[in-house]
Design a protein around this ligand. Structure first.
Ligand code: GLN
Length: 204
């Protein structure tokens, strides 16, 4: 991205899940969304969103091709935002059960952490984002059970973080793309992308 005023090109990993809703949210937040299914589609992107879905299914797809390694190096050098299963894929450690992850976020996350009755719910949280309480849609959500010292908590549920930021990495255990009347979370990510110096990606 050459100028602050330009719309950043933000990829949305489009393997599974509601990537189209993320693309809409990005378009409404001043970015140009780009669907990503192949390693070469990461080229020329300023940032990436990894949506929710089923992290085990996403992992299988990523590990089948060259995408897992390419994605990891992209996430080590660019702003990235993971929601729900996407947050699971970014964490340094996954529990219930343990599984591989990209390890770019200093957090331990537990999959499917809420009982059957409340595994899908809508709650409101105080938030450090401006504009009052934040609506959070949880769907078979994970729970962040440990965070490192550099992690900033932006919203929470029952005292556990639900929206966090560590440098240029953001993660949410809920689905901000499903609250179309409130784009503050995607806007915060687009602002983060705009404030991050752009990187010329090395193409191998
Ligand atoms: N339960 C899913 C997993 O463990 C995450 C659910 C979601 O992304 N909505 O991967």
């Amino acid at each position: 991205m050459s100028a602050e005023s330009e719309r950043p090109r933000i990829g949305v990993l489009a393997i599974q899940g509601d990537y189209a809703a993320h693309a809409d949210a990005l378009a409404q937040s001043g970015a140009t969304p780009v669907e990503v299914r192949k390693p070469e589609e990461l080229e020329d992107l300023d940032a990436l969103i990894i949506p929710g879905g089923e992290s085990t299914t996403m992992l299988k797809f990523l590990e089948r091709g060259k995408l897992f390694d390419e994605l990891r190096s992209f996430c080590q050098s660019h702003p990235v935002f993971g929601t729900c299963a996407g947050a699971i894929l970014l964490a340094r450690e996954v529990r219930n059960p343990p599984q591989a992850s990209l390890g770019v976020l200093d957090a331990v996350i537990e999959r499917n952490a809420y009982g059957r009755q409340i595994d899908s719910s809508i709650l409101f949280s105080d938030t450090r984002l401006p504009g009052g309480k934040l609506e959070m849609v949880f769907i078979r959500a994970p729970r962040i059970i440990e965070t490192g010292p550099e992690v900033e908590v932006l919203a929470h549920r029952d005292g556990r973080p639900t929206l966090i930021r560590q440098g240029k990495v953001m993660a949410a255990t809920f689905h901000p793309e499903l609250t179309p009347d409130d784009r503050r979370v995607h806007q915060a990510f687009v602002d983060l992308v705009k404030s991050t110096p752009s990187i010329t990606r090395k193409v191998s």
